[in-house]
Each structure stands twice: as C-alpha cells, then as structure tokens.
Design a protein around this ligand. Structure first.
Ligand SMILES: [Zn+2]
Ligand SMILES: [Zn+2]
Length: 427
C-alpha cells in the first residue's frame, strides 16, 4: 500500500494528513460509527476501487489522482463535500487533501509520488531483537575500549602537535571513508586504478571501521532496504541509538557479506585487508606513538610525548570519525530538509555535511546514489567531491558522475521545508 510523506494510510485505505491530530482522533471515533473511515477535517483519501467519498467533509477538498506507478494523473481542486467521485479509468488510488494543502505540496501532473515509511506510527515498526542482535560485552568491547581510551586525553597533556594530528587524521580518514569506502566501494560512483583503490581502502581501514568490503556490503544493503524492516540501522524502525551504534555492538553484522559486493571481492588484496582489518589501525597507532616518542627525545621543549600523540592522534580522532560516520546512519535519517521525495526518511543538513565532508546531503544521496557528487546545488558544500575532482586532475581517479541536471534544479517550497517536520519520529 502506498504511503506518502505527508499522509498516513491505514489498512482500510484511509489517509490522514500528519500533524492534524484533532482529525486523527476524530477519525478513530468515526471509523466504527460510519462503517468506513471518514475524518471530518483531514484528507479522506483513496478507495482502491477508484471511487472516493467526500461525505462528512466540512469543506471542499482538493483531490489528487494517482496511477498505478504513483504518478499524478490529475489534481482536482475544490471537490464539494457530500459527493461521490469516480476516479478516472486506470486509477488505482486517489487521495484528497483539505483545501489549500495541495497547493502546499506543489504537486504537478506527471510527478511521481514515492512512498515513505510512516515514523509517526510506532505501534508496529519496532522489531523484536533477534538473539544475535543482543548487545554483549564481548561484541561491544572494541568500540567501548576505543571510547574509554579517548578519555586518556585528559591525562596525557596537550600540545598543538597532538591536536593537529587529531584534526589532520580526522580529515584524512573522513575523506577515505566518504570518498573511498562510500562513494567508491559501496556505490562505484567513479573509477580509479587497482593501486589507488588499495590506498583508499588502506587509509579507510585505519579508521577502525573494519574493512572496505564489510563496510560497503552493509551500506549497499542499507540503500536496498532504507527505513524498511530489513534495514540494519534505521532510526525510524529501531530507534536513534540502535541506528547510531547499537547495531555495531552485536554479533549479527560482524561477517562480511561478500555476495553483496562481488565486484570488489574478486580482488585478493581487498579480501586480505578485510580479514586483517585490525592491522592498519594498529600500524597508525604505533606510528603515532613512535612519532611522539621521537619528538619527546629530539625536542623536549615541545611538550609532546608518545602517549599524548597516541591519545589525541589515534584514540580521540578515531572516536570523532566514528560519530561523524554514525551520525549519517542515525541523525541523517531524522533531521534535515527533504527536497526529494525518497522512499525513506533521509534528510539534508549543512552542519553534518561540513563535519562529514559532504555526506550530510543525505537526501540528495538517497535520491541519486550513483553520483560522485552529493551536494547537488550551489551552496551545498561537498568537500569530498572537491578533493576527488583535485585527484582527477592528478590523474588518480576518473569518470566521476554528476547528478542529472533535472535533479539539481529544484525549487524549495513550503511543503519541502515542512516534510521533515512530518517525518520526525515519535518522542
Ligand atoms: Zn541512508
Ligand atoms: Zn550511500
């Protein structure tokens, strides 16, 4: 059954505009009384057979008729109350909105309405956890220890060198994850050589988020099932904390699903990296410790030590990269504007886009995942894309993909601004 961004549709085929709470409770009362659902103020909509009752509506409505693909056939404004409308031949669904609402939605004939899960209906969506989705100390230990180790920055002292290492390694690894793990391995949005592919994979692996095959295979699964029951990290289905970090603290998702990523699993060096994904972070940690110790020996006045470089450059930096990445799975499916009507709850947010080098244009990305560029419009800063264009000039990467021009030319409307409000989760 079709679900709309702005509409809840129950099993009887009745939709209500979200946010019209009074109508919703009235609808519940009227449902049994009338024998068919008929809220007096909000949009009564679509009867699958194609006929549409406006009985009990207090004022005229706008009606929107959709074809089987969800494309709008026509919009009929000001349907008078108390009428039975026959939907045009071939119409599977028709929906009605209170007068004025359709204008807010700015619907156009031929535009496609895609479905979206309804985060305001919490009764069903929370799944029961499977036994292998239980969080155990053993499964949670690596992430837990990394967070505890990051707290050591309070004991090892401060130096500008240590802070610089923290920020530089944050930037380098966020880029390797977004430009490498995400836009290359998960989406193949551009091409590169086998050698540079391994460089991206190796630097990405220093972020201690397991190997590129594990990461990209799980991400492909997310796009396939975004915000549906099968989604492994949907804040709408499973709550903020599960989407943010909980799914990483159980044994269910530790295996690399090679069948989801055969295109890259054929490279033995990538399979090796996936099996030994602990090596790059260990090497980085060791190198930072060694650098700190060397600086302590050669320039004692700099106040830099091995433990200090390790704490700031590795532990703290890695935890910051963790949460930047995790926010895309959790927050970016809860906050932000939604210029595109995607069948999920992804949003766009400038602050997260800056922190994650462009991944905050998540609604854009869910709309057109194969584009290298995620900031579609001017002003949508996409640092990863800019770096990739620079690497292209150096001949290291090529065939970067742009979003179609038609997608980049959208107008912000009131309805688009309001969509997120309507998609915000309960509580
Ligand atoms: Zn997503
Ligand atoms: Zn993606």
């Amino acid at each position: 059954m079709q679900r709309m961004d702005k509409l809840r549709i129950d099993r009887d085929g009745v939709g209500l505009l979200r946010g019209v709470r009074r109508a919703r409770t009235l609808s519940a009362r009227l449902r049994g009384w009338l024998g068919f659902p008929c809220p007096p103020e909000a949009g009564l909509l679509f009867v699958p057979g194609g006929s549409l009752h406006t009985l009990a509506m207090r004022f005229p409505l706008d009606a929107v008729f959709l074809d089987r693909e969800g494309r709008i056939l026509k919009i009929r404004a000001d349907v008078p109350p108390g009428r039975l409308i026959r939907a045009p031949r071939g119409t599977r669904q028709a929906l009605e909105l209170p007068a004025g609402r359709a204008a807010e939605l700015e619907l156009e004939t031929g535009q496609r309405l895609t479905s979206a899960p309804d985060p305001e209906a919490p009764a069903a969506p929370r799944r029961a956890r499977r036994p292998d989705e239980r969080i155990t100390v053993r499964d949670a230990a690596p992430l837990l220890l990394m967070h505890l180790a990051a707290l050591s920055v309070f004991w090892v002292g401060f130096s500008w060198a240590a802070l610089s290492a923290c920020l530089l390694l944050y930037a380098l690894r966020v880029f390797a994850l977004t430009g490498g793990y995400h836009r290359y391995f998960a989406h193949k949005s551009y091409r590169t050589s086998r050698g540079f592919q391994f460089v991206l994979a190796f630097i990405g692996a220093t972020a201690a988020q397991l190997g590129p095959l594990w990461w990209a295979a799980h991400h492909r699964h997310h796009h396939q099932h975004a915000d549906q029951d099968a989604d492994i990290h949907s804040p709408v289905r499973d709550g903020f904390w599960w989407a943010h970090i909980g799914w990483l603290l159980c044994s269910r998702h530790t295996a690399t699903r090679l069948e989801r990523i055969p295109d890259f699993a054929r490279f033995p060096e990538l399979r090796w990296l996936d099996r030994h994904a602990y090596l790059p972070p260990l090497l980085l940690a060791g190198a930072l410790y060694g650098l700190g110790a060397a600086l302590a020996a050669t320039r004692p006045a700099g106040n830099v030590t091995g433990p200090q470089m390790l704490a700031w450059g590795f532990f703290l930096s890695t935890v910051l990269v963790y949460h930047a990445t995790f926010c895309i799975n959790s927050l970016m499916h809860l906050v932000g504007r939604r210029p595109y009507d995607t069948p999920d709850t992804s949003g766009n947010n400038l602050i997260l886009a800056l922190l994650t080098f462009g991944e905050g244009w998540h609604n854009n990305h869910h709309r057109y995942p194969i584009a290298t560029r995620q900031g579609f419009r001017p002003g949508e800063m996409d640092i990863t894309y800019a770096i990739l264009r620079a690497l292209e000039r150096l001949g290291l990467v090529w065939d970067l993909r742009e979003p179609p021009v038609s997608l980049a030319q959208y107008r912000t409307t009131n309805a688009q601004q309001q969509t997120r409000k309507n998609l915000s989760p309960p509580g």
